[in-house]
Design a protein around this ligand. Structure first.
Ligand code: NAP
Ligand code: GLV
Length: 309
């Protein structure tokens, strides 16, 4: 079997070594423009591939996306639309995603934002902390990551609610679905966590009017995709004091342009898209199982390009 790898920003050597251990009998190649075009892959493991890659590969049975979000791949011109795309379904990312979001919940919930500012003034002034069971964490997106994150917060005693496209029933979590119920969902959050994919439907979902539906003092954590949030609307909602603060990992344009006003805000924490990294061993474990199922003609969940996730 021939397997192609391309991973923008990923550690090529580590991936290739682990792939050769996982598939010792396969021919594994790193894509480059110099790769002999007579060499055709059965499967490709890709993260943010260049457009030229697909022009030279014509026998792919499936594309494995080396991440949970498929927005970049679906947008790529020249992608062979008949080849199924299989994304990572958690693949060990959930503890990382939970830790990232928990950090944001604690930062604002335990008033570290105030204490950072007070330290600059050498000001010793305690603030009342809010107990978990008095705070409602609202998770947008109840997929492979959102569901696990929601359940972890529930186990810690937080009140948790979630919103998804289709209805869901998850023990201990209030669930909402569809745009018609989004307003009710937003109005009950103390912390709003975005774990939605970047699709046409989710683009600018969190605009000025939706942010206005949040309660005064809500904290926003965006670890899904930047396209879901209107950054100017966020800036305005923070300026007006309607929102308490934000932890942001993803942006419309990455890196966030250096002149963007969000960089300078003390009530915003910015991280460079690191909330939940792709883990080589866990990802290859899922991919190897999926590949074996495909070879046996069994069903493997794949991306619905019309829905965009
Ligand atoms: P997933 O399993 O595909 O789940 C997506 C969830 O979003 C589903 O619950 C889906 O609803 C819901 N959804 C999609 N479109 C919707 C819409 N228009 N209205 C309401 N709900 C909608 O994805 P995942 O694995 O949990 O990952 C979520 C996203 O996190 C990824 O797409 C990626 O963008 C992001 N991510 C970021 C990082 C990072 O480091 N920052 C790391 C990993 C992932 P249904 O359940 O009804 O289908
Ligand atoms: C990271 O952003 C991912 O989609 O896995």
């Amino acid at each position: 079997m021939n397997i192609l790898f391309y991973g923008q920003g990923l550690a090529n050597d580590g991936w290739l070594e682990a792939m050769r251990t996982t598939w010792p009998d396969s021919d594994i190649q790193l894509w480059s423009a110099q790769l002999d075009t007579r060499w055709q892959a059965d499967y490709a493991l890709l993260w943010h591939p260049p457009v030229e890659l697909f022009a030279s590969q014509h026998q792919l049975k499936a594309i494995f996306n080396l991440g949970a979000g498929v927005d970049a791949l679906l947008r790529l011109p020249g992608r062979p639309t008949e080849v199924p795309i299989i994304k990572l379904r958690n693949a060990g990312m959930d503890p990382w995603m939970f830790d990232y979001i928990h950090y944001g919940v604690l930062h604002f919930g335990r008033n570290f934002d105030h204490y950072r500012r007070q330290q600059q003034q050498k000001l010793w002034q305690p603030h009342a902390s809010q107990a978990p069971n008095t705070r409602c964490i609202g998770v947008l997106g109840l997929g492979a990551l959102g569901q696990t994150v929601a359940q972890r917060f529930r186990q810690l005693g937080y009140r948790v609610q979630g919103w998804s496209r289709g209805p869901k029933s998850i023990e201990g979590i209030d669930t909402y679905s569809g745009l018609e119920h989004l307003g009710a969902f937003l109005g009950r959050c103390d912390v709003l966590v975005n774990l939605l994919p970047g699709t046409e439907e989710t683009c600018n979902l969190l605009n000025a009017s939706r942010l206005a539906q949040l309660r005064q003092g809500t904290v926003l954590i965006n670890a899904g995709r930047g396209t879901t949030l209107d950054p100017d609307a966020l800036n305005h909602a923070l300026d007006s004091g309607h929102l308490r603060g934000a932890l942001l990992d993803v942006f419309h344009a990455e890196p966030l342009p250096s002149d963007h006003p969000l960089w300078a805000r003390s009530d915003v924490i910015i991280t460079p898209h690191i909330a939940a990294p792709t883990l080589i061993d866990e990802a290859l474990q899922q991919i190897a199982t999926d590949m074996q199922s495909l070879e046996q003609g069994l069903f493997v969940p794949h991306v619905d390009s019309a829905q965009g996730y």
